[in-house]
Structure formats: C-alpha cells, structure tokens
Design a protein around this ligand. Structure first.
Ligand SMILES: [Fe+2]
Ligand SMILES: [Fe+2]
Length: 160
C-alpha cells in the first residue's frame, strides 16, 4: 500500500486522468455501436474489439486502484467511509462481469452455416446492455471520486 501522509493532489489528478481515459474508451464503443446501417460482420468485430480494449483497460485500472490503496487511505483518514469503500471495491468484479456478458452476445449465432453474420443477440439488446454497463460504470467512478475527495478533504469542485 502506498504511504500517503497528506492530501495528495497527484493521486486525485491521476484518478481523474484515468477516468477521463476510460470515458474516451466508453465513447469509442458507443460511437461504434451507433454507426448507421446494418450490423455487418465488420461492425460486430469493431464493437467487440472496442469492448475488449475497454475491458482490459478497466481490469488494469481496477487492479491499480486496489493496489495503490488510496481508497483504504481515505478510510483510514475518515473511518465512516468504510462501508462505502467496501461497496465501491465490490463493484469492480460486477462491472467486469457485465462486460463479459456482452462480449459473447456479439459472436455470430452458431447456425452451422459458413457465413452467418447475425450476432447471438439483437443489436438493440447489445446496445441496451452496454448502456446499462456505461451508466453503472459512470456512477461507480463518480462515487469513487466523491469518496476520495471526502477522504482527502480536497474539494475538486466535482461534487455539487
Ligand atoms: Fe473503481
Ligand atoms: Fe476508478
């Protein structure tokens, strides 16, 4: 665990930069999903690739958050944040699992035919599932920033 003896804007800045990067990856998936026209095999591959990229990045981001210990540090400073921190860390696995449910939906239906580009789930269903994930993830990041901000007593002007 990192040793942090004072409010450290570097940690908060790092967290914000990481969240911005994740938001860009999220937008990348959204724009690939929103392209007009039929969901061709190429588009399915493009969406799959953008979701897998996001998934890998998210996995590393969560590992970093858990390893760096700034959530624990926030709790050490402000113990009443403890249950909130446990719940936030618990969401990491749930968020990854949500993406892991979406990726197989993009695989072609097993029909036995050579080239059936129809995905296993409808495009609309994939879109809805991804939006549910995106909302969950953004709510997660927001809760996390609020917690860190409270723990480090540092007003970044992100919370009304
Ligand atoms: Fe997180
Ligand atoms: Fe985060």
């Amino acid at each position: 665990m990192a040793s942090i003896d004072r409010a450290d804007p570097v940690i908060l800045g790092h967290l914000l930069a990481e969240h911005r990067e994740l938001f860009n990856l999220l937008q990348n998936v959204r724009s690939t999903l929103a392209e007009p026209g039929e969901p061709t095999a190429e588009r399915q591959q493009a969406v799959t690739a953008s979701i897998e990229f996001l998934r890998n990045h998210l996995h590393d981001h969560f590992e970093q958050e858990e390893g760096e210990g700034f959530l624990e540090e926030a709790v050490t400073r402000v113990p009443r944040l403890s249950s909130s921190a446990v719940s936030i860390i618990g969401e990491h696995q749930t968020l990854l699992a949500q993406l892991d449910r979406i990726i197989p939906m993009l695989k072609p239906k097993p029909t036995g035919a050579d080239e059936d580009p129809t995905p296993a789930a409808s495009w609309l269903q994939i879109d809805r599932e991804f939006e549910a994930f995106a909302e969950h993830m953004q709510a997660h990041e927001r809760r996390e920033l609020i917690l860190v901000q409270e723990g480090y007593n540092e007003d970044l002007g992100l919370v009304e």
